[in-house]
Design a protein around this ligand. Structure first.
Ligand SMILES: *Cc1c(COP(=O)(O)O)cnc(C)c1O
Length: 379
């Protein structure tokens, strides 16, 4: 399928090619000096004291849950309106995801009231997701967490560069997880980052990332170490130098690209005004600065979403759904709590994600909104 306007597109050019070339010439491919430079640049950008580069955000989420001490018999609170990886990470540790409802049409992030009601003796952590790059109510969530002695993990896969109250998302909680998957705001193909301000957490993350070993292949290559001890049950969640080099370049492009995404989001809002008052783009008056990763559209209640998406497709416009709620998946019919989330279910059924990427022109937005007008027309 060749789309007139795809859902997303990468911003890759000569800089990325040169960066990869220089790694290849250096002849050191696995985690090394470039990875460290990428981590330093990321920690400087986000303001997090420690940044640990990993294979992908799923690995980051898993390690965060391990570091948080999640295990069998424990519960972690999480939204259902997110990618399945957020909840899977809890289950990897043998703990139980407790799904909570979202705020409503204007704010697709989880509701603080719902979080509070879901807290039990067994609750150990809250995993928040900043939907589309729009901030959850972090001040209230952190207050709740302190009151109940809970660890807060931020799934900031959509939120690289987002801020709330001048603080970057991913650094509000105890740990923040970022994704550099192909369709994210900055990408290395596959890749992720785990950030924290806690030194002990950071040390444990570095161990867990590489088999719990006390020395790295690089240390032995440099002749700094002959052997090693294994002091923790670790994983192989390392990134490599090629991706780290791509990440360094992509990070320099991020601020301008996020700015462009916010501009396009504004254009969408303006262009959609007057089309149909029942069609809405959430987060109109959200707090903070969003990375504007997604452009979610809510169709009028009771609309035929499939027919709408088919009509958009016929007009060459790619759309998607974020998300089918996790608690409705077959693999989630056991081992979880909460099977009724009325707000999530009602809103998820109306959601269609529209094209949004920095390379989109202003005219492209109008092409999409004209297609929406067409797709909403009664047949
Ligand atoms: C993309 C995404 C992930 C998973 O990221 P990977 O890097 O592909 O593992 C997790 N959570 C959310 C909300 C995502 O959008």
């Amino acid at each position: 399928m060749s789309w007139k306007i795809p859902l997303s597109d990468i911003d890759y050019g000569q800089e990325e090619r040169l960066a990869v070339d220089s790694v290849l010439q250096g002849r050191w491919l696995t985690m090394g000096a470039i990875t460290e430079e990428f981590e330093q640049a990321f920690s400087a950008y986000t303001g997090a004291r420690y940044a640990v580069a990993v294979t992908n955000a799923t690995a980051a989420l898993h390690m965060a849950c391990v570091v948080a001490g999640l295990g069998p018999g424990m519960e972690a609170i999480v939204p259902s309106l997110t990618f399945v990886a957020t909840a899977n990470a809890i289950r990897y540790c043998g703990a139980t995801p407790v799904f909570v409802d979202i705020q409503g049409e204007e704010d697709l992030n989880l509701s603080c009231q719902a979080i509070e009601q879901a807290i039990t003796e067994r609750t150990r952590a809250i995993l928040v997701v900043h939907y589309g790059g729009y901030a959850c109510d972090m001040p209230s969530i952190m207050e709740l967490a302190h009151e109940h002695d809970l660890v807060v993990i931020e799934d900031a896969a959509h939120a690289v560069g987002s801020e709330l109250g001048g603080i970057k998302l991913g650094t509000w909680g105890d740990m923040g997880c970022f994704s550099f998957f192909s369709n994210k705001n900055m990408t290395t193909g596959e890749g992720g980052m785990l950030v924290t301000n806690d030194e002990d957490f950071a040390k444990r993350m570095r161990l867990l990332r590489s088999h719990g070993m006390t020395t790295l292949t690089l240390d032995r290559h440099k002749g700094h170490a002959w052997s090693y001890d294994v002091v923790d049950l670790g994983y192989n969640y390392r990134i490599d130098e090629i991706r780290a080099a791509l990440g360094k370049v992509q990070l320099t492009k991020l601020p301008a690209n996020n700015h462009r995404r916010r501009h396009l989001t504004q254009l969408y809002r303006q262009a959609l005004q007057g089309i149909d008052p029942q069609v809405l783009i959430p987060f109109e008056n959200h707090a903070g600065i969003s990375a504007a990763h997604l452009l979610p559209l809510l169709l009028p209640a009771g609309s035929n979403r499939l027919a709408f998406m088919e009509s958009m497709k016929a007009q060459g416009i790619q759309t998607s759904i974020h998300y089918p709620p996790i608690h409705t998946f077959s693999a989630y019919q056991t081992g979880q709590k909460n099977t009724s989330l009325p707000v999530t279910e009602a809103i998820a059924a109306r959601e269609v994600t529209l094209p949004l990427y920095p390379g989109m022109s202003d005219e492209d937005v109008l092409t999409v909104t004209r297609a929406i007008e067409q797709a909403l027309m009664p047949v």
